[in-house]
Design a protein around this ligand. Sequence first.
Ligand SMILES: [Zn+2]
Length: 178
Amino acid sequence: MNNIRLIYICLILLFVVCVQPTFAVEAKGRYVTLQYNDKRVLREFNNKLLIGRKLTSIIRKKNLESVEDEVVAKVDVVVEKTQVVLDMFPDKLQLTVVLLPDEDDVTATYREKYGKHQENIAYYSLSEKTIYISVDDTNLRVLAHEIGHAVTDQYFKVRPPYKIHELMAQFAEKHITD
Ligand SMILES: [Zn+2]
């Protein structure tokens, strides 16, 4: 009797563990909270995000013990550089970056939140202050574009028209490596 009960409990626990979605891992930097579900996705993002010699030399000085530390440091330094490029330094700038495996995941997330189909390799959610990015399509310019949206969003007290927003993001994308 007791054994059967134990087996039931084990089965229920197994079911709960298997069915529950894996919770996102969170890592925090100065500006950025990074979220991801899978170490492989994190590693791929790290490999795709080549930040150039100058920015790399900045993060080299930091004490980075894991891939996660390195990714957070890289994204933080891109946020810093984007602010310099735009010459806009919002108070208490904070944003979340969610790493998703590919474009389909970004598109699905967008559809889930907004009920609209729009193919995206990345987007910045104004209401959540969050960048959703396809790791498959990640590069410095794509990330800088979305960070450009975040910086613009958090700099102005009154939100500028969408076209201005987009221009700022494109400017950040274009000049990030200069
Ligand atoms: Zn944009």
